[in-house]
Design a protein around this ligand. Structure first.
Ligand code: A2P
Length: 268
């Protein structure tokens, strides 16, 4: 395997890392996560994404993937959907430990703490694999230095799709260092839209009706105290953004920090 890896490394295009898969976990027919080695010198901010790829028929195929592990972690973690005819994911879903993943060297993204001005509370709104950048940020010490309360909402069609997030939060709470870091600042609010569950409904409906805030025991969105990050499908971003703007919140960016930031959950 070593010889094969070195041989492969020699064929890598400039500006691309070749990293070894360390673990793969399948959650449903449509969702899986994996970890891979982190290249020496690869730096990123929690919440950013990178271009991940595989050689397919002799050519590299890349897609944008949020890095789900925090900036301090030794390994890189990703959470992906499986699309039967997805140019990358139809192959990526078959990866095994020891396989080589391509990664372009420059991470980027708007779901970073630097893009938000300070406030009391941070809401992270996610649907589906849109939870990935928040998996990184809820394990980032800076998140808890900057905010007193962190609310992660995750909405999926079915209960089984919530498992990645449920496992992650459980892991944080049972980890000695992370649980101390997070304390009681983190709230995980999970809902589904196509099955019965403790909480049901789209996050947009839960915000609009006030049910989310009632369930959390918190006041409605307020630009004085609240900040937001949104990650989901294009439609979900549009609808959630409209609700935050209706609450008087302004969209920010890396070079213009403000009240909320958005990023598409990538697919394909
Ligand atoms: P629904 O089941 O009502 O479509 P998807 O897999 O289609 O991206 O959906 C993931 C989750 O996001 C589902 O629970 C889905 O609810 C929800 N969703 C889809 N579109 C929107 C939207 N425009 N605003 C808020 N939530 C949405």
């Amino acid at each position: 395997v070593q010889a094969k890896t070195e041989e492969f490394a020699a064929t890598l295009p400039a500006g691309v890392y070749g990293e070894k898969v360390l673990s793969v976990k399948h959650y449903t027919d449509h969702l899986f996560s994996f970890t891979m080695t982190r290249p020496d010198g690869f730096r990123f901010r929690s919440g950013e994404f990178a271009m991940i790829g595989l050689m397919v028929g002799g050519k590299p195929v890349y897609r944008a993937y949020s890095i789900a592990s925090p900036s301090w972690a030794e390994e890189l973690e990703f959470f992906s959907i499986k699309v039967p005819d997805g140019p990358l994911t139809q192959h990526l879903q078959k990866i095994e430990v020891g396989d080589i993943i391509l990664m372009r060297k420059k991470p980027t993204g708007t779901l970073v703490l630097d893009a938000l001005t300070p406030a009391k509370r941070l809401y992270m709104f996610s649907t589906g694999t849109g939870i990935a950048p928040f998996a990184s940020l809820i394990r980032e010490p800076e998140t808890y230095e900057k905010f007193d309360e962190v609310i992660l909402t995750h909405t999926c069609r079915e209960v089984a799709e919530l498992q990645y997030g449920l496992d992650l939060v459980k892991e944080i709470r049972s980890d000695e260092l992370l649980s101390e870091l997070v304390g009681d600042k983190l709230t995980h609010y999970a809902s589904v839209t196509r099955e019965p569950y403790e909480h049901t409904g789209r996050i947009t409906d839960l915000i609009a009706s006030g049910k989310l805030f009632e369930d959390l025991g918190l006041p409605p969105l307020n630009p004085e105290t609240d900040r937001g990050m949104i990650c989901g499908s294009a439609e979900m971003l549009k609808d959630t953004k409209a609700l935050l703007e209706a609450a008087g919140m302004d969209e920010g960016a890396n070079n213009k920090p403000s009240d909320f930031v958005i990023e598409r959950a990538f697919v394909g």
